[in-house]
Design a protein around this ligand. Structure first.
Ligand code: PEP
Length: 250
């Protein structure tokens, strides 16, 4: 019932020619994949070229952030309608690197989500605890606050469009993956909190896992009931490894 979503977060990697070359290669490798939604989120500079390259294929393009104001004197920022204009259908919101290095809070996450939805984009909202929070046994408290405050005040229709990504901060780019059981436990908790907020919409909400997902651990993660896909950094940068992720390690 929930179509899996495999999303590559390219962070600050790849020039336009490098990005286009990889999507060209990936397109042919995964042309026959129909049961998984495939998304690439490159740097802003490559969005338009990649959206053109991906046209007519089963690859969708998303941005890694946006600003909530529709236009104005906000030097260096990108509005939601500029992201759709570049050919995107998705946008990552509240990635832990944005929270850690650029002052993102649950309040600004909420503003960005609303702006994304208003522009017709699907937000992938990232939540996750730090190592210190996990070791202090406050993981569930931290996640609940991020979900309740970050994804608040949506209409029923809007709440059904959201994708949530559980990304334990200690697992991102570190080579340490949450075990499938650790991830499932938090995914089920997120679905429970989201159902308390928005009722039955939560059953259809895709909850992605992110944090050192690799071709050799993706299959075990994807077997879990509440894991509906991946948000992948490092292993999404090469066509051969991203192909394996899209095919769940096969
Ligand atoms: C990410 O970028 O969201 C991520 C999970 O990175 P990595 O797969 O490299 O840990």
């Amino acid at each position: 019932m929930r179509k899996p979503l495999m999303a590559g977060n390219w962070k600050m990697h790849k020039t336009i020619p490098e990005a286009v070359a990889m999507v060209k290669e990936l397109k042919s490798k995964i042309a026959d994949v129909k049961d998984v939604e495939v998304l690439i989120c490159p740097a802003f500079t490559a969005l338009y070229s990649l959206a053109n390259e991906a046209k007519g294929s089963n690859i969708k393009i998303g941005a890694q952030n946006l600003f909530w104001e529709p236009k104005g004197a906000f030097t260096g920022e990108i509005a939601a309608n500029m992201v759709t204009d570049a050919g995107c259908s998705y946008v990552i919101i509240g990635h832990s690197e944005r929270r850690q290095y650029f002052g993102e809070t649950d309040e600004t996450v909420n503003k960005r989500i609303k702006a994304a939805l208003n522009a017709g984009l699907i937000p992938i909202v990232c939540v996750g605890e730090t190592l210190n929070e996990r070791e202090s046994n406050v993981t569930f408290k931290v996640i609940e606050k991020q979900v309740r405050d970050g994804i608040k005040e949506l209409t029923a229709e809007e709440s059904a469009k959201i994708v949530i990504a559980y990304e334990p901060v200690w697992a991102i780019g570190t080579g340490k993956t949450a075990t499938p059981d650790q991830a499932q436990e938090v995914h089920a908790f997120i679905r429970k909190v989201y159902s308390e907020m928005y009722g039955s919409a939560a059953e259809g909400t895709r909850i992605l896992y992110g944090g050192s997902v690799k071709p050799d651990n993706v299959a075990e993660l994807m077997k879990k009931e509440d894991i509906d896909g991946g948000l992948v950094g490092g292993a999404s940068l090469e066509a051969a490894s991203f192909e394996k992720l899209v095919k769940f390690g096969k």
